[in-house]
Ligand binder design. Structure first.
Ligand code: ATP
Ligand code: MG
Length: 202
């Protein structure tokens, strides 16, 4: 065991809010890939969400801390929220590799993000920086065409049909988000009025 390199998962996301789909995905990848740690990395300004209003990074960061606090293998990194400008995965991986030069990194991503991966900044360089683990996600077909099969692993995980968009819409409609997100996150959302009540149908 002495020479074994640390195996570290990286779970990027907007986490607006973090929900049990994210947590199950991270936990399943950690178990199947024998990871020592999974680092959750809330995005700064997400590239794909520029036209959308996103909750301030500090709230998303704190919700991620609350949601992961009880799991000794889960940690949260500020690299993306502290870096100015848009968030690109290549920068996330560069920063984390600098902080942990001896770790093997496993980047965890959902089926919807896999389809976009080829358009990511410095896509070719990405493959050498980490092993990619693409997890299945209800409602999103997994399309891995054009993605190097030796660098991207596909993992079927217990289906959790939960999305942050749906959680926000439910909160805005006055519907409960209990059991979709961790209890502390339900309370944090209420305490800070993150998704104020609107007259919308879900
Ligand atoms: P939004 O609805 O606002 O886009 P989201 O639920 O997709 O939010 P993100 O923060 O965008 O959450 O997702 C971060 C990562 O987690 C992405 O790679 C996404 O594919 C993955 N993911 C999100 N929800 C699930 C889920 N229910 N099952 C598996 N993977 C998920
Ligand atoms: Mg999403």
């Amino acid at each position: 065991m002495g020479d074994r390199r640390r195996r570290t998962g990286v779970m990027g996301g907007t986490f607006d809010p973090i929900h049990h789909g994210h947590l199950v995905a991270a936990s399943e990848v950690a178990a199947r890939f024998d990871l020592d740690e999974v680092i959750f990395v809330p995005t700064g300004n997400p590239t794909f969400k520029q036209h959308q209003q996103v909750t301030p990074a500090e709230h998303r960061y704190l919700m991620t801390v609350i949601a992961t606090a009880s799991n000794p293998r889960f940690t949260v990194s500020r690299v993306d929220i502290d870096r100015p400008g848009l968030t690109y995965t290549v920068d996330t991986l560069r920063d984390l590799r600098e902080q942990r030069p001896d770790d093997d990194l496993f980047f965890i991503t959902g089926a919807d993000a896999v389809a976009q991966m080829l358009t990511w900044k410095d896509a070719q360089e990405l493959w050498s920086m980490a092993t990619f683990v693409a997890v299945t996600r209800p409602g999103h077909p997994l399309s891995v065409e054009g993605i190097p099969p030796d660098r991207v692993n596909i993992l079927e995980i217990p289906a959790m049909a939960i999305s942050s968009s749906d959680c926000r819409a439910r909160a805005r409609a006055g519907l409960p988000v209990w059991y979709l997100v961790p209890d502390g996150v339900v309370q944090y959302i209420a305490k800070h009025g993150l998704y104020p009540r609107e007259a919308v149908e879900v």
